[in-house]
Design a protein around this ligand. Sequence first.
Ligand SMILES: [Mn+2]
Length: 430
Amino acid sequence: MVELKIASDLVSAQNDKNAAWLKSDYEALGEKFGRRGTDIESITAQVSEFFVAVPSWGVGTGGTRFARFPGQGEPRSIFDKLDDCAVIHQLTQATPTVSLHVPWDKADLTELKAKGDALGLGFDAMNSNTFSDAVGQAHSYKYGSLSHTDASTRAQAIEHNLECIEIGKAIGSKALTVWIGDGSNFPGQSHFTRSFERYLASMAEIYEALPDDWRLFSEHKMYEPAFYSTVVQDWGTNYLIANTLGPKAMCLVDLGHHAPNTNIEMIVARLIQFGKLGGFHFNDSKYGDDDLDAGAIDPYRLFLVFNELVDAEHRGVGGFHPAHMIDQSHNVTDPIESLISSANEIRRAYAQALLVDREALDGYQADNDALMASETLKQAYRTDVEPILAEARRRAGGAIDPISAYRASGYRKKVALERPASFSGGGGIV
Ligand SMILES: [Mn+2]
């Protein structure tokens, strides 16, 4: 029996209030789909099977380089974080797994696994941290980690990643995500070739220790914390890494880690074509690595990314199972509400991408009919799929209107009584 953080009576009562409009809107949408030969039930079934992992670090309030303003009732430990993640999954039925960050989430492994089991949560990719110094570690990462000029610092960073694999094995994870802050702030500070050689040699040792049924995700980022160059700066370098290491190594695309206006959906298509798309860190951005909520700034771009994923599914691309994870920082919202909203936005983009008439699009592409090709995508994107998302949640036992249900539950006020405000750092934005 899964432990529920929100009383199921409350969710039912909230759903009763919304049942009438949902029934009517879902039927109307089904009718509309019927006229163009699309079965709404098949779309709802696919959406119901689409899941995204919540980041443990996302349920705490983030910060900027300038300040962090703590929220009410922030989680004090990984166990509190898991409670918050369980709320998100209970209401959305879209986030059954949590991605952990070590050493932030270090805990007794038996207790960790038991807590996940009790809440009905599994564990997604493990995230290592060699971009900040843990208390008491022998060598500092100020000048890098896996690519550091000093061999003992590199060895320490490798060892940390091996520890993450061990922790992940104990709790049922199947992937390790490596993001490093390594790079330089001044031209000439680092030797581009030698630092990348050192990085590749370190990653090869981590790869060597990876169980056969695991995947190793490398994550590129063009700047920050290094402001002149980063060792893994873009998808090309990321592809070289995955290709050099071997079949278990794949590229992770964090939507916020590119220059403004970069055609991310095209990067996604290229990585799919060459079998190296490992997965995503979903978020949104306006200027840089803003870590805003998925779909908050440019929902059309999110749709276009999903358009590539659905296209690959449609073409039956072999061995295609990208990991879906959220990676955001919440500075001005209740993190639980932001993550509920983001999980819904990600499902929305998926549902809309499922509605693209692929046969028509193929035809317009063959005829070089640019306008109608674009209209075909727009027609799917303009469809209000909220009744499908809400119906998928309702059928799975979630909330028709999850944010209202969350607010009505008083969960935040309740945990605020048990959890004192924390002014500590550790925003954890990777
Ligand atoms: Mn990320």
